[in-house]
Design a protein around this ligand. Sequence first.
Ligand code: SF4
Length: 253
Amino acid sequence: MARKTKKKTAAKKKPALASAKSAKPARKMKVARARNAGRAAGADPKRVSAILAKLDEAYPEATCELRHENPFQLLVSTILSAQCTDVRVNQVAETLYKKYPDAKAFAYATPSELEMEIRPTGFFRNKTKSVMGASKAILERFGGEVPRTMEEMLTLPGVARKTGNVVLGTAYGITSGIVVDTHVLRLSKRLDLTRNEDPKKVEQNLMEIIPREKWIQFSHQLIWHGRRICHARKPKCVECNLEPICYSKDKTV
Ligand code: SF4
């Protein structure tokens, strides 16, 4: 009897062992895939909706803070805003666009003179090259108009996805992606919406979890929140309406 029971148990165990063996690597692969993709636990759809609602509540009017009168000026100002504050760029822009009113004026500027104009924004030699190169390309290849697709934007000197998204989203209302600047990068990690560091991967992660119709506004709102409340150093968590759902290690409350 005892032998019979043993046999039965062994026979029963076989498929269980086999399925456990095959499940283990599958589970491991799943975990590894999620890790590779930088998926964050905080990217649960209900939590993301709550974050979006809180941002809408705090910043219903959020928009781009670079002053501009047309898509071309916004493009130039966005190039100048690299490693510089929007306030400083706006100061420089005030006289800059009077001296250089359009793409033609920038394309045929005297580099040394333009360098002096944009010097206060930093990295002025590279920025001069980018602005002049982009202006020439816009004249020669796009009939003097800032292009309307990300693919074309990325062919302009000095333009990467961040600049492309700012210009397409703000100037044309075209949803091409999510602006990932220093604020969006920092806050996306603090809010556990991504575990990636690379802006391109972060943008990809955000595009997967934020509804497309919110991409433009979400970028502005996160930038506003980063500038006003969730500072890199000493975030003002006591004033933050996201505090109840934020579990960042950087929290100050
Ligand atoms: S609670 Fe603090 S760390 Fe979290 S989002 Fe708000 S300000 Fe930033």
